[in-house]
Write a protein that binds this ligand. Structure first.
Ligand SMILES: Nc1nc2c(ncn2[C@@H]2O[C@H](COP(=O)(O)OP(=O)(O)OP(=O)(O)O)[C@@H](O)[C@H]2O)c(=O)[nH]1
Ligand SMILES: [Mg+2]
Length: 258
């Protein structure tokens, strides 16, 4: 029997997880919209596609002051399906004036650290990318390297993720339950992600209490600008561009809607 594959979207409140999943599914299956003070999605929600081995999982935003504990428990549950199963793991992040938010990095670390194998393959979807940032990344090697280095600050014990950039859509600004046509690159990105077996009983609690401490640590690491991005050429191979120096590797990032 074919094991089900769970595509899990994880990230902080309001980054657009539910909206992206609705676009992929093609209808409103997860509530999306503005939420003031607290995240909108409160519980793990699963949607089984017509092919019953494909399941999408929407999770609550972890960096939610009021509900962090509950969010952490729900995200843990997402990795603990009774039958076990393959997991495709996608972290959704956003930027602030072109910078990856440290709180998004902290969330990625907290979740990966709870898994039996920290070096699990995963993807990072940088969502709501402005035209300006896209242009900058497309034209400046330095900008691309700096951007990728922010992720590499996670530490060498984690796998270099597959990166995907998804443009900001003005018509989605503060909207509720809007379904848009997903860019083909988004679907390709998900198809290409490696699915991994995660043993449910070996998943640990997510240490959400450590968020503030971790945030500081990651900021310091980023300020050093020393994170090694040479291993990042791996995802260039995945795109069939051939291996190359880190500068080349970053060209392999998928920029959607070109
Ligand atoms: N401008 C713009 N807004 C977006 C985009 N994607 C989502 N939004 C809006 O961002 C808001 C939050 O989106 P959600 O999908 O609910 O975010 P979420 O990550 O599921 O949030 P929580 O459930 O609170 O964790 C909604 O009003 C969306 O319409 C985008 O690409 N561009
Ligand atoms: Mg949501």
């Amino acid at each position: 029997m074919k094991l089900p594959t769970y595509t899990l979207f994880i990230g902080n409140p309001g980054v657009g997880k539910s909206t992206l999943l609705n676009a992929i599914i093609g209808s409103v299956q997860f509530e999306s919209g503005v939420s003031i003070g607290t995240g909108l999605t409160r519980r793990l929600q699963l949607y089984q596609a017509s092919d019953d081995t494909v399941i999408y999982g929407d999770t609550p935003g972890l960096d939610d002051l009021e509900n962090r504990k509950l969010a952490a428990e729900e995200i843990k549950l997402a990795f603990q399906q009774d039958k076990g199963g393959l997991i495709k793991l996608v972290f959704v992040v956003t930027t602030e004036s072109g910078r990856v938010r440290a709180s998004d990095m902290a969330t990625i670390r907290l979740v990966l650290d709870a898994l039996p194998d920290k070096s699990i393959p995963f993807g990072i979807l940088v969502n709501k990318v402005s035209q300006g940032l896209r242009l900058k990344l497309a034209t400046s090697v330095q900008a691309r390297e700096d951007f990728v280095r922010s992720f590499a600050c996670l530490g060498p014990e984690y796998s270099p993720p597959k990166l995907m950039f998804y443009e900001r859509m003005d018509n989605l600004d503060d909207q509720e339950n809007v379904v848009h046509d997903p860019a083909p690159t988004l679907l390709e990105f998900l198809d290409d992600l490696e699915a991994t077996l995660v043993q449910p009983e070996r998943v640990q609690d997510i240490k959400h209490q450590m968020a503030a401490e971790l945030l500081e640590e990651l900021e310091k690491e980023r300020a050093k600008k020393k994170a090694d991005i040479s291993g990042w050429s791996t995802f260039v191979d995945g795109l069939g561009m051939g291996a190359g120096a880190a500068g080349m590797a970053i060209l392999g990032m998928i920029l959607s809607r070109n």
